[in-house]
Design a protein around this ligand. Structure first.
Ligand code: SF4
Ligand code: SF4
Ligand code: SF4
Length: 330
């Protein structure tokens, strides 16, 4: 058998998922023996036209990271779906929209105005905004890909074979996926690879003592007792609603889980934020409704805290994308 062909693509991505591929450490030499990297914009100068010229299923494995934010992202998702035998939603952004997906809490217009006109550090007195097409004179026209009205996860635009969660996925997960492809020993399509089927709490060494929460604190406001559950000390820790598999690495160093492995349970259609609201409800001291409401109001940035990695696929996100609520609705 010849060498496998592997692609690593970034859509709306920070680049951290690419770095995580390097975290397979010494296995990188095994990977290089077994496979050629045929498309990876941050490492290899393959042009889009080269990929467009490929036959269907020419790539054995594509690790697609980043959310779907632009028409270019959609084009590459469709192209890599056609040219890849195995397409993996790699990392939290591709799996569930990730941090770019928090943008769905605003309209595209409000977002553009904030970013290009009103942030404290913006110096743009003429109100210049990016344009999809700019005539530079002398016959030169520069184009930018159009933004979509809403950020999406990869599976919202093309069928995905496997999901590898995490922000970013850990090296050991990455290697498991590559090993499975190299050996041909892949689980049935649809599987979440490199994660467990329990919650982060199940892997966490911090002890729950059934203490009720009387105030919420942010991590910089407290030196926590490093034997006790952070949630019970008032930090919003997403551990009860998040899929296991990372060995509870954030709570292990006294930082609350932010939910990067996605919702525990039946997959990315679960709503981690809603589940977490239920968990918080059970941990608050019963009292009058106003007192409880003002306690909940203490949670800083509730959307960014409860939906940091999964707003586009959540019930909130689906409601926002419903026809009539979308600014691209016909
Ligand atoms: S999952 Fe995390 S590391 Fe990967 S692209 Fe998104 S933000 Fe970056
Ligand atoms: S610190 Fe977080 S992950 Fe650990 S037990 Fe408490 S809620 Fe669960
Ligand atoms: S503890 Fe939570 S945020 Fe941290 S790596 Fe694990 S799943 Fe991600």
């Amino acid at each position: 058998m010849g060498k496998l062909k592997i692609a690593v693509y970034w859509a709306a991505s920070c680049g951290g998922c690419e770095i995580s591929v390097l975290e397979i450490h010494h296995h990188i030499t095994q990977l290089m023996d077994a496979a050629d990297l045929v498309f990876c914009p941050c490492l290899v100068d393959t042009k889009y036209a080269d990929v467009e010229a490929m036959d269907d299923d020419a790539i054995d494995l594509c690790l697609f990271n980043g959310a779907i934010r632009t028409e270019e992202n959609v084009h590459l998702a469709e192209l890599l779906r056609r040219t890849s035998k195995t397409l993996v939603a790699f990392g939290a952004c591709a799996s569930a929209g990730g941090i770019p997906g928090i943008a769905n809490a605003s309209t595209l217009e409000a977002l553009m105005e904030r970013v290009y006109l009103t942030t404290p550090s913006t110096d743009n007195p003429d109100g210049v905004m990016p344009q999809p097409s700019t005539d530079m004179g002398e016959g030169v026209r520069l184009t930018l890909p159009k933004l979509l009205p809403m950020v999406k996860a990869l599976h919202h635009v093309v069928p995905v074979d496997y999901t590898v969660p995490g922000c970013p996925p850990e090296g050991k997960q990455v290697w498991r996926v590559i090993e499975a492809v190299v050996s041909g020993d892949l689980p049935p399509p649809g599987a979440v690879l490199g994660a467990g089927d329990r919650t982060v709490c199940d892997e966490c060494r911090l002890e729950k003592r059934d203490t009720k929460i009387t105030a919420f604190v942010r991590p910089h406001e407290l030196i926590p007792d490093n034997t006790t559950c952070l949630l019970e000390q008032g930090m919003v820790c997403m551990g009860p609603a998040t899929r296991s598999g990372c060995d509870a690495r954030c709570p292990d160093v006294n930082m609350p889980c932010r939910g990067c492995y996605g919702p525990a349970g039946d997959g990315f259609n679960e709503d981690a934020g809603l589940k977490m609201i239920g968990v918080l409800g059970g941990l608050l001291e019963p009292g009058n409704e106003d007192a409880l409401r003002s306690l909940m109001d203490e949670i800083a940035d509730p959307v960014g805290t409860l939906y940091r990695f999964g707003l586009p696929g959540s019930m909130l996100g689906r409601a926002a994308q419903a026809p009539g609520n979308r600014d691209d609705a016909e």
